[in-house]
Design a protein around this ligand. Structure first.
Ligand code: DSN
Length: 442
């Protein structure tokens, strides 16, 4: 809904602006009310703990600290240095990495930095296409084009929902790319990192392997997915707010000292001037939370995804990859083309307070009305849901999408169902994550 400001002839400018401020607070309050009683299942989102939320509202958000810990271009950074150095140490420990950079402000920002550091204009790279699950920033429409790279798409086996290893080997041999980007946005099963590294070596291709772990960073941290750095990836690039329950932002992790200067410079001053210091503070806490509780959270997340997929299949949905147990991540992919397509089903579900996104599947041509929906269970896991709740959610979804029950009816049941799940878990201050904001007034 678009909010219109009252006409300025009725009110003074100050009154008009006061109403504008109230409108912002009111919209955010209503957003919170909606999410408090909805089932948020966008696979790229999560909720942060109360501690992280408090830090996001701290004075760190006002400050500048360009440069590195102990070598800033601004005064006043003593405590910012303490926090950033702690974040770096915690990240090294959690991911078993020698080198870490916590400055990129988004996953795309981090990908651009890594691509600039590890390729030269005119190089050829390989990555997944968007319909096969690749992120837009791996494609010829984004960072690779800005860098002047040629992009070949990795061969994909839609039946297995994974990279076709044999064809990938042949293409690496033939094309001798300078970089292979693994990792995806539709990401059900671990990618063939070891196989890509072997193929590069056999082809004498001198290519780097960039693993974009944005979707699965929390599962990697919790030891429930592949470990790309141990499998041979040169750099793990990731956003920090999907399965990893940190503030929005990104991280780079690597082990090879020889890459350090190029990667660090590509972030600052290359693609970030001032990083977002309040997000670094929140990230430090999220890293500590994941060191303490990450394995339990990640393990329950994968169990929940498998349980939801199985039950959706039993309820009559066309869930991808039954022969492989449906998923090994936080995601479930469903082909809803026979039910009217991804746009229609995602929109109907939203009316019932069930939030998923329409998603292209490998055989799709149009992003507007793709065949699929993508579902992520990481946020529901954070608020305490387990396999039993996944089974109930599958029934809510069937009632909307297959039984064509009015979404309003299902919405009432979803709101009731959600009442018992208000607190964020796997943190040091398990509590109602919305209450903090509710105390604030415009
Ligand atoms: N591609 C978005 C997603 O996976 O939802 C995130 O950048």
């Amino acid at each position: 809904m678009v909010v219109r400001l009252p006409s300025s002839s009725e009110f003074s400018l100050e009154e008009e602006m006061r109403k504008a401020v109230e409108s912002v607070f009111e919209a955010v309050r209503r957003h919170h009310e909606f999410y408090r009683f909805a089932l948020p299942m966008i696979a790229s989102e999560n909720v942060t703990s109360l501690s992280v939320r408090k830090l996001l509202a701290s004075d760190f958000s006002h400050r500048y600290a360009e440069g590195d810990v102990g070598k800033r271009f601004y005064q006043g950074c003593e405590f910012i240095d303490e926090v950033e150095s702690l974040a770096l140490e915690l990240a090294k420990r959690l991911f078993g990495a020698e080198h870490v950079n916590v400055k990129p402000t988004s996953g795309v920002n981090a990908n651009i930095a890594a691509i600039f550091a590890l390729t030269n204009v005119g190089d050829r790279i390989m990555a997944l296409s968007v319909p096969d699950g690749g992120h837009i920033s791996h494609s010829k429409f984004s960072a690779p084009s800005i860098r002047g790279l040629k992009v070949d798409y990795l061969p994909f086996n839609a039946e297995e929902m994974n990279i076709d290893v044999e064809r990938m080997r042949q293409e690496i041999e033939e094309k001798k790319p300078r970089m292979i980007i693994l990792g995806a946005s539709l990401f059900l099963f671990p990618h063939p990192v070891r196989e890509a590294v072997e193929a590069i070596s056999e082809a004498d291709a001198n290519a780097s392997v960039l693993y974009d772990g944005s979707h699965v960073l929390g599962l990697i941290a919790g030891k429930q997915f592949q470990d790309p750095l141990r499998e041979g990836a040169d750099v793990l690039v990731s956003s920090t707010h999907k399965t990893f329950p940190g503030p929005q932002g990104a991280i780079l992790l690597w082990n090879n000292d020889e890459l350090s200067e190029r990667l660090e410079n590509a972030v600052f001053p290359g693609t970030v001037s001032n990083h977002h210091l309040h997000h670094v503070a929140g990230l430090a806490v999220a890293l500590a939370e994941m060191l303490a509780f990450g394995e339990a959270y990640a393990s329950q997340t994968v169990k929940n995804a498998k349980a939801l997929a199985r039950k959706l299949h039993e309820e009559g949905f066309d869930v991808l990859c039954k022969h492989k147990g449906f998923t090994a991540s936080h995601q479930v992919a469903v082909d809803v083309s026979s039910l009217g397509g991804g746009s229609k089903i995602a929109s109907l579900l939203e009316s019932a307070h069930i939030i998923v996104n329409k998603n292209m599947l490998p055989w799709d041509k149009s992003p507007e009305n793709p065949s699929g929906i993508r579902i992520g269970v990481q946020e529901l896991t954070r608020i305490g849901m387990k396999e039993r709740e996944m089974a109930e959610i599958a029934v809510f979804m069937r009632r909307v999408a297959i039984d064509c029950e009015p979404p309003e009816n299902v919405k009432r049941d979803v709101i009731e169902f959600r009442r018992d799940f208000q607190n964020v878990h796997f943190s040091f201050d398990d509590g109602d994550a919305y209450a903090f904001f509710d105390e604030l007034k415009g």
